[in-house]
Design a binder for this molecule. Structure first.
Ligand code: UDP
Length: 377
């Protein structure tokens, strides 16, 4: 009888590995240090009867049909189109990503075609054949005024670094448009939300006779002897006792308030362009099936980014600077982990120090679990 497999972390990376291995006949023990399943995708219904995501809004979007189809096997999903508005100093709400209407609002123009907007942006852009950081990339695409309004204060609040210090890939998550498209993830054709929330999806992922989940249990090196293999989503630097130094993360403090008589709005997230401490707020009732019991009350959560050491070591975002200095530290940990590869693999955002979306985590985890199973057959 082979020993069971240990999975550290009950978020997406752990859940996908657990499910695939259990379906292949393995016995799986999943542990998580938190008191709930779902990792940072965990959601619950609050005292206002509103479903809230405990660790900030999780909007599922992907180009990958296989990933979406696989996930749909674990719950009902409903179509959803995410929209964001940016609150300007004038009090106006501008479409974000920047589009034709955003440009008209900011510059007082009356453009009606994408060509006019493209011509305007080309005129204000600061050409740069090889942008070396997020500032140079944005200046080359949309010029200084739009960059400094929509990206400079927000990025500083979010990362505690200036745009000049951040990798372009961080801001490239946001497309730049010249037409009137006003949806956040228009480039991803599949956008959907779980009808019963993410936590219910995780309950179904773990609902297999081969899987047992134990919460409020952290990893200890002495556990490894009881298992044939370990997939580990814990922070890789913590596993190695910070031998190569600490990998920084941004964390978020959440500020929640209740409103009554909430005006209808067709977007759920409002980004703040000011230089205060908050980056954005989410009106949960504007997400599908998030009013679970009608109380007349609505919940709004504002986000205040901070260093993870100032928030109970809650790690949300790996930090990607233009000089890749933290990826250099991660590479040293990766080298250490190579020596363990016959019995342990690191997975997920904290295990691999990557700024991954949910669909990317699922995609990587499906591939990793299948590779591992193939290597054992
Ligand atoms: N960003 C910004 N202004 C905005 C929205 C995003 O400057 O209004 C930048 C910021 O650096 C942010 C990055 O773009 O961290 C990625 O934004 P996204 O909305 O994808 O962040 P997430 O939803 O993952 O927090």
């Amino acid at each position: 009888m082979t020993k069971p497999v240990l999975i550290v972390g009950a978020g997406f990376s752990g859940a996908v590995h657990a499910r695939l291995l259990a379906e292949a006949g393995y016995h799986i023990d999943v542990i998580d240090v938190r008191p709930h399943i779902g990792g940072n995708a965990y959601d619950h219904v609050d005292a206002n009867g509103i479903r809230v995501h405990a660790y900030g809004p999780h909007l599922f979007h992907t180009k990958n049909r296989q990933v979406a189809a696989w996930l749909r096997g674990f719950g009902d999903f409903v179509d959803y189109t995410h929209k964001v508005r940016a609150l300007l100093p004038s009090g106006d709400l501008a479409p974000l990503p920047i589009n034709l209407d955003t440009v008209n609002l900011v510059f007082g123009t009356a453009y009606t075609t994408a060509e006019q907007v493209a011509t305007h942006l080309a005129r204000v852009a600061v050409p740069n054949p090889a942008p070396a950081n997020a500032a140079e990339y944005l200046y080359a695409q949309i010029g200084r005024e739009l960059t400094d309004l929509f990206f400079r204060p927000y990025t500083k609040k979010m990362w505690q670094f200036d745009l000049e210090d951040m990798a372009s890939s961080v801001v490239k998550r946001i497309p730049l448009r010249t037409d009137r498209t006003d949806t956040y993830f228009a480039d991803d054709e599949l956008q959907m939300m779980p009808r019963e929330g993410y936590t219910a999806v995780f309950a179904r992922l773990f609902d297999h006779p081969g899987i047992s989940v134990t919460l409020q249990t952290g990893f200890d090196h002495s556990m490894l002897g009881d298992y044939s293999f370990c997939f580990n989503a814990m922070p890789i630097d913590a596993y190695f006792d910070y031998a190569e130094g600490e990998l920084p993360y941004r964390s978020i403090r959440f500020h929640t308030r209740t409103i009554t008589d909430a005006p209808p709005q067709d977007w759920s997230v409002t980004n703040y362009t000011d230089t205060g401490n908050l980056t954005r707020e989410t009106r949960w009732d504007c997400l599908p099936h998030h009013i679970v019991t009608e109380t007349g009350r609505r919940t709004i959560t504002a986000e205040e980014p901070c260093d993870y050491r100032d928030n109970n070591r809650e790690r949300y975002y790996p930090v990607k600077t233009a000089d890749n200095r933290f990826q250099g530290i991660y590479a040293k940990y990766q080298k250490l982990s190579d020596e363990l590869s016959s019995k342990l693999a690191f997975i997920g955002r904290c295990g691999t120090y990557q700024y991954l979306d949910m669909d990317q985590v699922i995609n990587q985890s499906l591939a990793s679990a299948r590779r591992w199973l193939a290597s054992r057959s």
